[in-house]
Write a protein that binds this ligand. Structure first.
Ligand code: PEP
Ligand code: MG
Length: 883
């Protein structure tokens, strides 16, 4: 198989579809070359070579050398130069390129091919001796750092020293001879540190760089990045070797990055930044603050430095045309890198651009409207998890706030937390459960663990495409970048802005949508969901098969759920209604009562409150289905456990403290989750389900009369394992329904069903479905009981399982499709074998998890039910699952 794929001069061996073999960068360079775009010619060494290199004790495979030689000749011919030629040398860049982008994680070497002789050739050819020696010293430093393992500070120090000695401040003050002298010093540093000279053999340079790029796959920061992004270790990286083009040959040269649409808002307008007379890495490094590409963006930002559109109108026009071509070809917003050398535009990279959720929505709906993608493709463009970001609060615009300074709105959303200045501190405090804002002068790939730990990120330097901005947007963290008036003092653990000094641990707020940096905490508001969101949700609703309901028991949650588009309530946990004020007292009275009649007296006090709760819910849901679950938790949860509370409760109930303590002791269980709870309570104390059923039916009757629309309550029995349990409780519910009908004169329609949360119930579904009219999978308990894992305690050790690769996901977050899922499938099939129209739903936490929702679609459930804030996520995930 071929090791090397060429691109450039209007043709290419590969294309965008070959990302696994060529890496993202290589595949897209090939694609651009075949589209006829101006790409500096080059070649890609495949990811297969990388994996072979690691499998074979860091040896290059046979035949690679010959292929690389030929490909170098191809580049040389295309640009009219030769690798190693003393008169007319070809210089190349050597860059990594994995299947998915890992920004800044792996190494790059530029200007390769320079030595003491070729540098003279470059000087003559370019007629610019200063440029040639400047390039050579950059190359020595980069190569020594990346390939030879020497700290770049050594070279930076030497440069500083040289400038000090010669009373210079800026790099621009150094002449050709100054750089030539520095080159000698740099070479001496290499000789001193390594005991051997800097390699003059350009082939040695090239193979050293290719090997170093492969090796950089295993650097600590790359490994961390892969862990955070679930990228497999065995993918490896490709290496791209490409003719150098220079953005630093004078004022007709520049380098920049751009997005074909605005990555923050999604607006359909070229958006990007550039630097005149600079090399590629300068823009991303955030050392000089770049200028805007388009005139409109410059004006909008009120920047007084000219745009690319003004300074190089021809290159700008070409760039704009290329962006259109790329969008039409890839049918998505692109993130590009380019260089202009002496007025000529060169494309260095294109890839799907990272974007905020807001932008993702706008771009997907716009591209659908433009006819570039279908409605279904538009739906698949949005990661349902991402929607979560939009649904969260933003700063209250009317709140008083002390704005310290304003930077760039690099990644939207508001975040409040304690100020920290190092990534390690961010991580430490986060592990203590604190919210932190990480403030840095600028960020680099070594900081990502801290950025991940932080609630928000603030930088003093860098533009909208700086490392901090790009990474924060990808992670969904609010970020303010380039807050120029901010001065950060790492040593003193403090920063100053707006005349105020803040120290480590002080609380600040950042607003990544406006760029504001604010002292203290600021109240937040619910977000407005715009037209694009609405459009996407409409499309999702047209496509999905499963219904989406919410788990809610309070009027507030029920209203929120409806606003987010819930089509009913899939789980109303009635115990939550017993945990307040008077109700708790009545509940406790019931628990300590000596006999059934005592319990009935206490329950009679709860009945009207419970009925009122249900009435409100029925009214809010206005005819949508509502599943009400009978009391589930063990009774001890309603009793006090602290000495002082016990004393006080005994007094309030008018019972002996000793009696209350005895009852507490009786209710104590070794395994309360496996104990006297759920339907088992209803078997022992039938007066409880009778009261609840009465409250439900009376409320439903009244709601039906008030609204004129019939209400069909679904009464759900928890924790059933035996058909006999369910049948006995159902008989009581039916009897209560008849009683209420007799009393009210209204015959109500209702359903009685069960949760499936005990493995035995799943297995015996055929029998249970004879009397149960619906099943709702309680996958929290079903997971707990199938695994024999405590849902409350297993977090303390599941991390060990994940880090060892024994499990890939927490089974309480993403449904274990293989094991727990098989039970869901068995129960669905067996249940429907008895009752073909058996309604099936899920109401465990998994009902809001996209991967679990896809599983639910595959077994043919009728609906998922999740927390109100997850409803939009579930609507989209259900649509994607149906496609
Ligand atoms: C479940 O077990 O999945 C469920 C929804 O019930 P709870 O979480 O209340 O036990
Ligand atoms: Mg449960």
């Amino acid at each position: 198989r071929k090791h090397v794929y060429r691109f450039g001069a209007g043709a290419a061996d590969g294309g965008a579809g070959m990302r696994n073999l060529l890496g993202g960068k290589g595949a897209n360079l090939a694609e651009m070359a075949s589209l006829g775009l101006p790409v500096p010619p080059g070649f890609t060494v495949t990811t297969d070579v990388c994996t072979a290199y690691f499998a074979n004790d860091h040896q290059f495979p046979a035949g690679l050398k010959e292929e690389v030689e030929k490909a170098l000749n191809f580049i040389g011919e295309a640009v009219g130069a030769r690798f190693g030629d003393n008169q007319n040398p070809l210089l190349v860049s050597v860059r990594s390129g994995a299947r998915v982008s890992m920004p800044g994680m792996m190494d790059t070497v530029l200007n390769l091919g320079l030595n003491d002789e070729t540098v003279e050739g470059l000087a003559r050819r370019s007629d610019d001796r200063r440029f040639a020696f400047d390039s050579y010293r950059r190359f020595i430093q980069m190569y020594s750092d990346v390939v030879l393992g020497l700290d770049h500070h050594l070279f930076e120090q030497a440069l500083e020293q040289y400038k000090n000695l010669n009373a210079m401040e800026l790099d621009t003050e150094l002449s050709a001879e100054d750089w030539a002298q520095l080159v000698e010093r740099y070479k001496q540093i290499v000789q001193d540190k390594l005991g051997k000279p800097f390699p003059q053999d350009i082939h040695e340079q090239l193979w050293g760089a290719i090997g170093a790029v492969f090796e950089s796959w295993h650097t600590a920061r790359a490994v961390t990045y892969r862990r955070l992004h679930n990228i497999p270790e065995d993918w490896g990286t490709a290496v791209n070797v490409q003719a150098m083009v220079f953005g630093n040959t004078g004022d007709r040269s520049a380098t920049g990055v751009a997005f074909t649409r605005n990555p923050s808002t999604g607006e359909n307008a070229l958006y990007g930044e550039f630097l005149v007379n600079a090399q590629g890495e300068d823009v991303v490094a955030g050392i000089r603050t770049p200028q805007y590409i388009s005139e409109a963006a410059r004006q909008a930002a009120g920047d007084d430095r000219p745009s690319l559109e003004t300074v190089m109108p021809e290159a700008f026009a070409e760039l704009r045309d290329i962006c259109l071509k790329l969008e039409r070809n890839y049918r998505d917003m692109q993130d590009i890198e380019f260089t202009i050398q002496d007025g000529k535009l060169w494309m260095l990279q294109t890839r799907a651009g990272k974007r905020t959720t807001k932008a993702a929505l706008k771009i997907a709906t716009d591209l659908t409207a433009e006819g570039l993608i279908t409605k279904e493709e538009g739906l698949l463009r949005i990661d349902p998890e991402q929607l979560d970001q939009l649904l969260h609060p933003m700063l209250d615009p009317n709140a008083k706030k002390e704005v310290l300074t304003t930077g760039l709105p690099a990644s939207p959303g508001a975040a409040t937390g304690e100020l920290v200045f190092t990534p390690d501190e961010a991580e430490t405090l986060r592990n203590l459960g604190k919210s932190v804002i990480l403030a840095r002068i600028e960020t680099s790939p070594e900081d990502i663990h801290g950025m991940h730990a932080a609630a928000g990120i603030l930088t003093a330097r860098g533009g909208m495409t700086s490392h901090a901005a790009v990474v924060a947007r990808g992670m969904g963290r609010p970020c303010v970048s380039g807050a120029k008036d901010l001065s950060i003092d790492y040593e003193g653990h403090k920063m100053t802005a707006g005349g105020r000094t803040l120290h480590r641990g002080d609380v600040i707020t950042i607003d990544g949508s406006t760029g504001e940096v604010i002292a203290g905490e600021v109240p937040t508001l619910q977000p407005e969901l715009g037209a694009d969101f609405q459009q996407l949700m409409d499309h999702a609703d047209e496509v999905r098969r499963m219904k989406v309901r919410a788990n809610a028991e309070t009027p507030r949650d029920a209203k929120q759920a409806r606003e987010f588009g819930a089509e009913g309530i899939g789980l109303c946990r009635t115990e939550h209604m017993f945990f307040e004020g008077e109700r708790t007292t009545a509940m406790r009275e019931m628990i300590v009562a000596d006999d059934e009649s005592g319990r009935r007296v206490a329950l009679a006090k709860i009945l009207p409150m419970q009925r009122q709760d249900f009435l409100e819910l029925f009214e809010i849901m206005a005819g949508l289905p509502l599943t009400i679950r009978l009391l589930d938790p063990p009774l001890h949860e309603f009793l006090p456990h602290e000495d002082s509370d016990i004393r006080e409760t005994a007094q309030r109930l008018g019972v002996d403290e000793a009696k209350l303590r005895t009852r507490l002791a009786q209710l104590k269980e070794f395994n309360p989750m496996l104990g006297h709870r759920g339907c088992r309570l209803a078997i022992s104390y039938p007066e409880i389900p009778e009261m609840q059923a009465r409250a439900i039916f009376e409320a439903a009757t009244e709601a039906g009369q008030r609204t004129g629309a019939p209400v069909v309550p679904e009464v759900m029995v928890p924790l059933v394992g035996l058909a006999g349990e369910f049948n006995e409780i159902k008989a009581r519910i039916d009897a209560t329904a008849e009683e209420v009908a007799r009393e009210t004169g209204v015959k109500l329609e209702y359903q009685v069903g069960t949760m499936i949360e005990i493995p035995r119930a799943a297995l015996r579904a055929k029998e249970i479905a004879k009397s149960a009219e619906f099943f709702s999978f309680g996958t929290n308990d079903l997971t707990q009981m199938t695994y024999g894992l405590s849902r409350d305690d297993s977090g303390s050790f599941l991390g060990d399982y994940m880090s060892r690769g024994i499990i890939t996901n927490d089974p309480f977050v993403t449904l274990d499709a293989d094991g727990v899922g098989e039970l869901v499938q068995i129960a669905s099939e067996r249940g429907r074998a008895t009752r073909t129209d058996l309604k099936l739903g899920i109401c465990g936490e998994h009902g809001g998890d996209p991967a679990s929702i896809a599983f639910c679609e595959s077994v043919g459930l009728d609906y998922v039910s999740c927390s109100p804030y997850r409803v939009p996520v579930a609507r989209l995930a259900a649509a994607q699952a149906a496609l």
